[in-house]
Design a protein around this ligand. Structure first.
Ligand code: C2E
Ligand code: CA
Ligand code: CA
Length: 269
């Protein structure tokens, strides 16, 4: 039996995963999900290189529900497969729109759940959408957390290799929070590392966080990996990350997640 979880909604009301499952089903039927996009900025040029796509759920009854609350539940119930389908379709349609509206060199990074990797034809699904929308595979990145690499590593390595042959890069999300070892990075042929916000948070006031970040960046550079720092909120953090040699930064300082319309107006000039 799965452990039930208590989730706190904005109005302070509590719910368990049974309720969240119902909310997700209802939201899928009634189009309560939407996508927002957060800019990824090159440290060298200060220019936008792309966006991370992030899902949102606006329930009429509970208000805005955080993906940090509903994604784990959707993974446990299997609803992530239907929700993930919808996310890929919507995000790639929006990417097509961005490419057509002046953001011609950008990439879109998509969060992928381990459940999708192991239980769906994710390769065929994404390649078919890219084909339908005439989007080059190099315009997308897939973000996976370290835990995604642990179960069935051979199957996952095969899927990664299939994507890489098509030119789709794989980034490891939340790096430092899981159990990924350096050898795992090489075994899976990862292209980029996203340093978790919890380390970036303390980079300018906590010696341990600074030491960890600088060691991770130095190591990633030697392995030829692309380095993205997430959760950058202050100029001070940005300056330190830039000095350490980070390639790309993402965080509220550079731009909050926002709707496609806002991003087109703001960035496509
Ligand atoms: P994540 O993939 O690590 O996404 C980054 C999270 O950090 C996002 O939260 C983003 O809004 C937040 N963030 C970005 N910059 C800052 C900052 O400067 N300060 C702070 N405090 N937060 C910042 P969000 O959108 O609530 O997403 C939470 C998690 O839910 C994501 O973490 C990801 O694990 C999952 N998720 C979101 N969208 C999707 C999706 O489309 N598919 C899947 N499978 N998971 C998703
Ligand atoms: Ca992510
Ligand atoms: Ca992350």
């Amino acid at each position: 039996m799965p452990v039930q979880q208590i989730v706190f909604f904005q109005d302070g009301e509590k719910s368990d995963w049974n309720n969240i499952r119902k909310i997700i089903s209802h939201a899928l039927k009634n189009q309560h999900f939407s996508m927002v996009y957060q800019p990824l900025i090159s440290v060298n040029t200060g220019k936008i290189i792309g966006f991370e796509s992030l899902v949102r759920c606006q329930s009429p009854k509970f208000g805005v529900i955080s993906p940090a609350d509903f994604i784990p539940c959707a993974e446990q119930s299997g609803q992530i497969l239907e929700l993930g389908n919808w996310i890929f379709q919507k995000a790639l349609l929006d990417l097509k729109c961005m490419l057509n509206h002046g953001l011609s060199d950008i990439c879109l990074s998509l969060n992928v759940s381990p459940v999708q990797l192991l239980n769906s034809d994710i390769f065929e699904q994404i390649m078919s959408l890219l084909h339908t929308f005439s989007i080059p595979p190099s315009a997308i990145k897939l973000e996976l957390t370290e835990t995604a690499l642990i179960n069935n590593p051979q199957k996952i390595a095969n899927i990664f290799n299939a994507f890489k042959r098509e030119g789709v890069q794989i980034w490891l999300d939340d790096f430092g929070t899981g159990f990924a070892s350096l050898s795992l990075l090489r075994q899976f042929n990862i292209d980029g590392l996203k340093i978790d916000r919890s380390f970036v948070d303390g980079i300018d006031n906590n010696n341990d966080d600074f030491t960890l970040c600088s060691a991770v960046i130095a190591m990633a550079q030697r392995l030829g990996l692309f380095i993205i720092a997430e959760g950058v909120e202050t100029e001070n953090q940005l300056q330190i990350l830039s000095q350490l040699g980070c390639d790309v930064v993402q965080g509220y300082l550079l731009g909050k997640p926002n709707t496609l319309g806002y991003n087109l107006e703001q960035w496509a000039l």
